[in-house]
Design a protein around this ligand. Sequence first.
Ligand SMILES: Cc1cc2nc3c(=O)[nH]c(=O)nc-3n(C[C@H](O)[C@H](O)[C@H](O)COP(=O)(O)OP(=O)(O)OC[C@H]3O[C@@H](n4cnc5c(N)ncnc54)[C@H](O)[C@@H]3O)c2cc1C
Length: 469
Amino acid sequence: MSASIVVVGGGITGLTAAYRLSKELPEATVTVVEADDRLGGKIRSSTFAGIAGIDEAADAFLTRVPEAMALADELGLGGQLTSPAAGSASVWWNGMHSIPEGLMLGVPTDLRKLARSKLLTWPGKLRAALEPILPATGVGADSVGKLIRKRFGKQVHERLVDPLVGSIYAADTDHFSLDGVPQIFDLASKNRSLLIGGRRMRAKSAAATGPIFATPIAGMAALTDALADALSASGVHLRTHATVASIARAEHGWNVMIEGDDAPLPADAIVLATPARTTAPLVAEISPEASRSLATFHHAGVVMVTLAVSAAEWPPELLCYSGYLVPKPVQRWVTAVSFASSKWSHWQPRDETGQPLVVLRISLGRDGRDLTDRSDDELLAAAVGEVGDHLGLVLHPVEHRLVRWPMAFPQYRPGHAARVAAIETALSADAPGIVVAGASYHGIGIPACIRQANLAARVLAGHVRSMRN
Ligand SMILES: Cc1cc2nc3c(=O)[nH]c(=O)nc-3n(C[C@H](O)[C@H](O)[C@H](O)COP(=O)(O)OP(=O)(O)OC[C@H]3O[C@@H](n4cnc5c(N)ncnc54)[C@H](O)[C@@H]3O)c2cc1C
């Protein structure tokens, strides 16, 4: 009898894991079980202001972590990718300030360039300038915020590193594990001075050619759609509107209980590609220790507001900017704004009279400030009002879209790596053939999710083969 493998969760991780499993074990029956009525999870694109494929969440993936580029190539999307137009990002700190050059995720690597910025005061710059002579700090503190304040002082943390890292992960870096930000973790673990180590690292990465980010021209969902098409073509069962309620031990392998089904779905192996908090109850019966730890994870909710405004109302001096970040001390609800039609040259909408529009993607909420339960009116008013205040404009959106992403970003609390290692150890002891993968564990970005899916598929293919022998 052919092996039966169940993948719980049809986001990028689950779909990629199913894709790899269908290649590794072509004779196995692979089923993806997804609670939502669509596949793709936190990747979704839709038509906005007449442009198809404007992303509702992720709008690009890193190219230097190679797994997403490799998958896009493999799925035939390699020739349909584009990269952001050049444009500088800013920080709003009682006025707009270009982000100084020579930063690595906000970490200064060039004091002369930092000195030219008005974002930091002179005492702030002088404190940062002490960093190269400080003794080693190490990574023991395991909080991005703690490390950066110790090394560079308060201003570099609150005006540079926290807004940059915070906007990527919706994080409060005082409660975010260093190992969740591999670039900073590497810098801190391999160098006494982050500034000197960062300068060396930048020099090395300057030799790497090509854009840092890429995205399918048709929107990020082109990636998950292409995966779903490939899965259908290779006979993988795709079940949407199907919520896994629990997993129980069976005589041989596992029984996956799906809400509303009369009979369980038998499985020899299972990938749990669901957020940690939702994974906890699924394994409560079979691995109580893993379940207890998964239940302690935090996930931050965010809201993405997309606006289209008349280009005639848009100040020409803003056209060279790709957007801005809002540091926590001056933050209300808006945390980051992307001038999306400047960032993406293929997003150039026009109104019904043919006049050009400007598209803004505005992020609201973060760890410690979940706004997903606020009303549409409140959220829209905050987006329009705060961005208008920042830019000194009165915005008159001709179209808007509001998308809530509850539990959007797992928050890697200090001690994250050890916590995940313990969960994996407990699961492999209690529930051989069941693995967890996805944004909650070894990296939140799309390439990291794909890498975890590749690994999960390899591990489970090995497990299934060993069962046969
Ligand atoms: C607003 C936003 C912007 C982002 N921007 C970027 C970006 O620009 N670049 C980047 O690289 N990353 C970005 N990310 C992060 C990245 O998109 C996500 O980390 C990644 O898509 C998560 O994929 P996943 O498959 O691990 O999880 P998910 O996409 O969360 O998929 C998990 C799936 O499991 C399903 N599920 C849950 N419980 C059950 C159950 N009991 N039974 C069955 N199914 C279940 C869910 O419905 C969901 O579809 C962004 C994320 C958000 C929210």
